[in-house]
Write a protein that binds this ligand. Structure first.
Ligand code: AMP
Length: 195
């Protein structure tokens, strides 16, 4: 089974692109953040444990994320492949995903980064915050702190996948269609969704 990772900072357009890519290449889209929220809503043991960290603005520990991913993967035994969204976010998680090769036969083909300029990211988050009335996103200091944290996480992962020749980056500054075309070009050129 194929494993593709699409990554990017908040407001990079990652969610939208993941949906489009999954549909285009017949991959199951596994959205970690959304699943965490669902587990919390349903008050499952996993969700209640995760909430302790999320409510403090911290990352959920790798062992819990591992359980979440397995729970999602198990729901799709006949999938052609998976598109991972929001996972991995740490080197520990990247190693967990490598381990899924033996356990589930998932081969990670690529880590694709949607690269959007920080200035653009901040503008998008700010705009979204005002439209959606999200107070936390209206505070520029909180936004900056989150971006810095996540940039550091991303840099570590870029290193991990570069070493394995699986790192690709896409210019995410354009509109939705342009960005999708760029992702498709990379996937097709490098045969990233072929077994
Ligand atoms: P997101 O929707 O991706 O912003 O995720 C919401 C929250 O869930 C994050 O702030 C983290 O606390 C947690 N979370 C999501 N994905 C992960 C992950 N891969 N590893 C650890 N925590 C995560």
């Amino acid at each position: 089974m194929i494993g593709l990772i699409i990554s990017g900072l908040p407001a990079s357009g990652k969610g939208t692109q993941c949906k489009m890519v999954a549909s285009q290449y017949d991959l199951v889209h596994l959205d970690t953040g959304e699943n965490l929220r669902r587990e919390m809503q349903q008050q499952t043991p996993l969700g209640m444990e995760a909430r302790k960290f999320i409510s403090l603005g911290r990352l959920v520990p790798d062992n819990l994320i591992r359980e979440i991913e397995i729970k999602m993967i198990d729901k799709f035994p006949s999938a052609r492949g998976f598109l991972f969204d929001g996972f991995p976010r740490t080197i520990g998680q990247a190693e967990i995903l490598e381990g899924f090769n033996k356990e589930y036969g998932i081969t990670v083909k690529a880590f694709i980064l949607l690269e959007v300029e920080q200035k653009e990211i901040i503008e998008r988050i700010h705009k979204r915050a005002i439209e959606g009335n999200r107070k936390d996103d209206q505070d520029i200091n909180i936004i900056m702190k989150r971006i810095e944290q996540q940039s550091a996480e991303l840099n570590a992962l870029i290193g991990f996948y570069s070493q394995r020749n699986k790192y690709f980056k896409v210019d995410g500054n354009g509109d939705m269609k342009q960005v999708f075309e760029s992702i498709k070009t990379i996937i097709d050129k490098h045969h990233l969704t072929e077994v």
